[in-house]
Design a protein around this ligand. Sequence first.
Ligand code: G3P
Ligand code: MG
Length: 251
Amino acid sequence: MEALPPWPYPLWIAHRGAGKLAPENTLAAFRVGLALGYQMAECDVTLSGDGVPFLLHDARLERTTNGFGLARLQPWSAMAQLNAGRWHGTEFATEPLPTLAALAGLARETGLMLNLELKPGPEDDARCGRIAATEAQRLWASIETPPPLLSSFSIEALAAARDHAPALPRALLLERVSDGWRDAARELGAVAVVIEHRAVDAEVVLQALESGLRVLCYTVNGEAEARRLEDAGVDGLITDAIDRLGPQALP
Ligand code: G3P
Ligand code: MG
């Protein structure tokens, strides 16, 4: 079995910027993660109707903003006016939806590393993968931190990322380990798989390693589970529990 190339990312990754401590996928959230010692954050990247990559988890705007409807159908000029923090608390009342370009600015300023999860809107997989990955490759070309790790549940989005931004590392997201998972990752030229944590054990890590893949896990919010996964040999733990687990909390 060949040794894997060096892995430039830290073990602990703050989910959606700051887990539940700040409004997900906002610049305020990444700053909270940084303040708690996190050097890397996961976030969700999608596209506006007119092709601007920005951060949003859901296909629709209602849960985390004061907007309505599918983000995929709306121009960025309208979504740029929305509030993305008030739902979480009044102290975040002025927080906007961030563009990928704004996130790159924060990464340049702070050294924060990113796992950009490509989250296409309905029937938007290839366009989202192509535009978001191309833009990320351009934005991070002059940033000194390791490049953003692109991940997705969407094979179509990752294939578009591979074809249009080959310099950026890719990871396939999996809810479970089922037939052909390593072949799918290999065809995408992935360097890693990001697997729902309960599906991961030492055997899965070994199988991944045999295919030249690292294993990261989401979303790991318990200390005993984190230790079990570390013992199994995983290279990344994506967590909401950034005030209880992670760089400062676990030795
Ligand atoms: O990228 C890992 C994790 O974020 C995937 O699930 O729904 O939280 O984006 P979700
Ligand atoms: Mg995500």
